[in-house]
Design a protein around this ligand. Structure first.
Ligand code: NAD
Ligand code: UDP
Length: 309
């Protein structure tokens, strides 16, 4: 039985990951300060004696006897990571440093949840791992983008200097059950608006694109990366099916049978124009690719939101 630490385990992706790791027979320790995580997300895990929850902030050093660490602790939606941008940069940097120190001392494997945001507003399309990105270092998204970039640097230097078994995944827009209803992300916003017949808020023209990955597929990819020997990445994990935000709005209105109207609001500063992962590296090295298409995934997510809200 492995002892696995998931930081940010009460959040959207982390709670799915904890459940999957428990189902596979591991002991899971979830550290979360509940900034954007919820007890609801992990409620069903409490009855499992192999699950342990620790309410703590990863900006403080910690030491636990563990075999693997998944470092997910960090607010992920633009509204939430811009709420206290200095804290976001601190979490990204100090959180990475603290999990790396723990991994070094315990000789544990450690995986960093990095992001497609390290590519910024990309000038290369689709984005391959070799692309170095186009981030505005002084813009409102930089606290997150640059925080995640420096975390990648720390992971790479721990590997070079200490031989720590580090892994970096770059996650592209992921959605599914356990997203917060008010996290400001496009999928949760549109579904909440549609099921309550409120206006659907499209920022800008809606011609900007994103590529949405269902959370179960992402979790499968994360575990595959952790299990693959000598595989530091960075590796893109996402669904290459690209769509405009307008297309997403139309799909959600259709699937909810909503009477919502589409309204346009100003585009946030530095909002990337397009984003799509090139996942050929993950396919080749891990045999991984998403299996849940957007129609199915959105239906499951709508069902979750309808039941809960
Ligand atoms: P989320 O906000 O639902 O989860 C983050 C979790 O981290 C929350 O439970 C939060 O309370 C916790 N947390 C935040 N700061 C903390 C701190 N200082 N100490 C301890 N816990 C802390 O977000 P998510 O969508 O589940 O994202 C998880 C990870 O994946 C994040 O690192 C994010 O950057 C990365 N990621 C997510 C996406 C996506 O589309 N969801 C895309 C790219 C990268
Ligand atoms: N967006 C939108 N309406 C909303 C929320 C988001 O049009 O109510 C847009 C946003 O401007 C961006 C895209 O949807 O172009 C994805 O936004 P999200 O915050 O989900 O993720 P990110 O920008 O980090 O990819």
């Amino acid at each position: 039985m492995k002892r696995i630490l998931v930081t940010g385990g009460a959040g959207f992706i982390g709670s799915h990951l904890c459940r999957r790791l428990l189902d596979a027979g591991n002991k899971v320790i979830c550290i979360d300060n509940m900034f954007t995580g919820t007890y609801d997300n992990i409620g069903e895990l409490y009855s499992n004696p192999d699950f342990e929850f620790v309410n703590a902030d990863i900006i403080h050093p910690m030491h636990l006897d563990i075999d693997e660490i998944y470092n997910l602790a960090c607010p992920a939606s633009p509204v939430q990571y811009q709420y206290d941008p200095i804290m976001t940069t601190k979490i990204s940097f100090l959180g990475a440093l603290n999990v790396l120190e723990m991994a070094r001392k315990m000789n544990a494997k450690v995986l960093q949840a990095s992001t497609s945001e390290i590519y910024g507003d990309p000038l290369i399309h689709p984005q391959k791992e070799g692309y170095r990105g186009n981030v505005n270092t002084t813009g409102p998204r930089a606290c997150y983008d640059e925080g995640k970039r420096v975390a990648e640097t720390l992971f790479s230097d721990y590997r070079r200097l200490y031989g720590t078994d580090t892994k970096i995944i770059r996650i592209f827009n992921t959605y599914g059950p356990h997203m917060l209803e008010n996290d400001g992300r496009v999928v949760s916003n549109f579904i909440m608006q549609a099921i309550h017949n409120k206006d659907i808020t499209i920022y800008g023209s809606g011609t900007q694109t994103r590529s949405f990955c269902y959370v179960d597929d992402l979790v499968t990819g994360m575990i595959a990366v952790m299990e693959k020997k000598n595989f530091p990445g960075p590796v893109n994990l996402g669904n290459p099916h690209e769509m405009t935000i307008l297309e997403l709005a139309d799909m959600i209105i259709r699937k909810t049978g909503s009477s919502s109207r589409i309204v346009h609001q100003p585009l946030p500063e530095d909002d990337p124009v397009k984003r799509r992962p090139d996942i050929s590296y993950a396919k080749r090295e891990l045999g991984w690719e998403p299996t849940v298409d957007i129609e199915q995934g959105i239906e499951r997510t709508i069902a979750y939101f309808k039941k809960k809200y």
